[in-house]
Write a new protein. Structure first.
Length: 179
């Protein structure tokens, strides 16, 4: 397990999200699972997201989905991104991101592999991330199928799906097939 001292050292060294996940992967050893832990799952099935401007068509799709779907909650990235992803028109991702020099578990959406982050607005002039990732920010995660979101929401709750310890880490139990 990663101890506070190791975590603090990573932060002081300006560790990237990828480096942080690799360190977590080495420290996580979950038995009886297809993966050593959440970091192992993310590293095996995830990717580093790059900054890319949304096309006019992608902006129109986003406007349409947001107009019909989202009721945002402050500091509730999993709820916000799952709510948007429920339509199936826009992807849902979980992983780790960094906007302050501190990699943390996070959720966001994607359109054609471009980041849509309606939750993290601080440090970005109060604006959401719409394709163009602010300088110094990083996103590394896995796009999850809408069926996984719907299954969780059918229980009447929103929570992280990869690190869902309350249900025994269902995504980590068997080999992930992807979106």
């Amino acid at each position: 397990m990663l101890c506070f001292k190791q975590y603090h050292q990573l932060i002081q060294e300006g560790q990237s999200v990828l480096g942080f996940l690799e360190m977590l992967q080495k420290s996580q050893k979950m038995k009886g699972m297809a993966y050593g832990g959440p970091a192992d799952f993310i590293l095996k099935h995830g990717k580093q997201y790059e900054s890319a401007e949304l096309t006019p068509e992608e902006m129109e799709l986003l406007r349409d989905v947001l107009q019909r779907q989202c009721n945002y909650k402050i500091k509730q990235c999993f709820y916000n991104a799952q709510n948007i992803g429920l339509t199936g028109a826009i992807g849902y991702c979980e992983g780790y991101a960094d906007s302050l020099g501190l990699p943390m578990e996070h959720a966001w959406n994607t359109i054609n592999g471009k980041v849509i982050d309606m939750t993290w607005k601080f440090g970005n002039g109060g604006k959401p991330v719409l394709g163009t990732i602010p300088a110094g920010w990083e996103y590394y995660g896995v796009e999850l199928p809408v069926s996984v979101i719907r299954k969780q929401w059918s229980k009447g709750e929103s929570q992280p799906l990869i690190t869902n310890w309350e249900d025994g880490f269902p995504l980590l139990k068997q080999e992930f097939k992807g979106v």
